[in-house]
Design a protein around this ligand. Structure first.
Ligand SMILES: Cc1ncc(COP(=O)(O)O)c(C=O)c1O
Length: 362
């Protein structure tokens, strides 16, 4: 079966000597490799300050703290995402206020965000779902109008772009995940790209128990809550090797996604995503809308191709459904949405087979 997601590990000859070196170096904790990974990741993104972490969830948590979200506040978010996006809101004791999605993309609707804003709204989380960038320009305008900070959850969207610049340059906080099946994996890990240098410095302290690494342990004085969220040298070493090939790897997803976009146009029973102006997806998954979705999934899996909706709507989790809301666009989008594999492991033959099968009908 052609899988929907797959882990990409660098080849043994390149990875193993470096891993062995770091494992027996006597220093596996947060050290030089972490520092180097952060600077190289900033170079890759092309801006901001990179706080490397042990997960994307930690990045979401720190972003919410730095955005000033506290117990009893509200955060506007989307239900079409992986659970960590919204579980993190609960970690700071805030409540989740759902915004609907745009039917054309499945991403959070700016009009719906605006309707959900109230006195308690302290932040907005937007998710580049499946690698499809959000409506960056309109969200920036809304954020400026209401002075509410935006956290971009780009866990699915490494290398996606808006106006030619990669995600990580458009909002005060951008979250990345380096978990097993993401574009770039460090086995587990994450990063928070922060535009403001003072917040970045504070973020470093939050990720390390509230301690300032620039001072000795004895000179430190903890004045606020911190966590153990740092990356270590072993994961950073894997990350550094992954970064050497990341442009090529992400480009494979993009080339495959574009090929499917091109060849599935005007096919009966299929609706393609209409990307926002100026945005370029990085196609972590290929997303499309189909009639008779369950039959479509059965037909594809009967032919050896995994197709799935992958994520459960987050408003169906009682713990996350603080304010049950009518989400008509999400209802319709989700009833038709399906993902197809389009990552580095998918060959031209696989793509042609999928296109052929879809054109045949289901
Ligand atoms: C959209 C989204 N946000 C956040 C996360 C959290 O990342 P991690 O698993 O690295 O904590 C994930 C990954 O599972 C995700 O898919």
């Amino acid at each position: 079966m052609l899988p929907l997601v797959k882990t990409s590990i660098p080849c043994r000859d390149i990875l193993m000597p470096k891993l062995e070196e770091v494992l027996y170096s006597g220093y596996v904790a947060q050290g030089e490799a972490v520092e180097e990974f952060e600077r190289k990741f900033e170079e890759y993104i092309g801006g901001g300050h990179c706080l490397s972490l042990n997960s994307g969830t930690a990045a979401l948590h720190i972003a919410l703290i730095l955005a000033g979200v506290k117990e009893g506040d509200e955060v506007i978010s989307t239900a079409l995402t992986a659970e960590p996006t919204n579980v993190a809101i609960k970690m700071v004791g805030a409540k989740i206020r759902w915004a609907d999605v745009d039917y054309d993309t499945g991403n959070i609707s700016v009009a719906s965000i605006e309707k959900s804003i109230n006195q308690k709204t302290k932040a907005i989380i937007v998710v580049d779902y499946a690698g499809i960038p959000v409506d960056v320009k309109t969200i920036q305008e809304l954020s400026n109008k209401y002075k509410i900070p935006v956290i971009e959850d780009a866990a699915h969207a490494l290398g996606a772009k808006f106006n030619g610049k990669k995600t990580g340059n458009h909002f005060p906080f951008t979250v990345y995940s380096f978990q097993a099946i993401k574009h770039l994996t460090t086995i587990d890990g994450g990063a928070l790209q922060i535009l403001d240098s003072e917040l970045y410095e504070r973020g470093k302290i939050i990720r390390w128990f509230g301690l300032d690494k620039k001072l000795t342990r004895l000179d430190n004085n903890i004045t606020f809550q911190g966590y153990k969220y740092h990356m270590n040298n072993v994961n950073a070493t894997v990350g550094l090797i992954q970064l050497q090939n990341i442009e090529n790897l992400v480009q494979k997803y993009i080339d495959n996604g574009r090929y499917l976009d091109e060849n599935l146009k005007d096919v009966k029973g299929v609706e393609l995503i209409k990307y926002y102006e100026g945005t370029e997806p990085s196609y972590w998954l290929y997303t499309l809308k189909v009639d008779n979705r369950d039959e479509f999934i059965k037909m594809m899996s009967g032919n050896g191709i995994m197709a799935s909706e992958l994520h459960k709507r987050n408003d169906l989790h009682d713990f996350l459904n603080d304010f049950p809301a009518e989400l008509p666009n999400l209802d319709l989008f989700y009833s038709k949405m399906v993902h197809l594999p389009c990552g580095w492991w998918v060959t031209k033959e696989d793509l042609d087979k999928m296109i052929y099968l879809i054109k045949q009908g289901w």
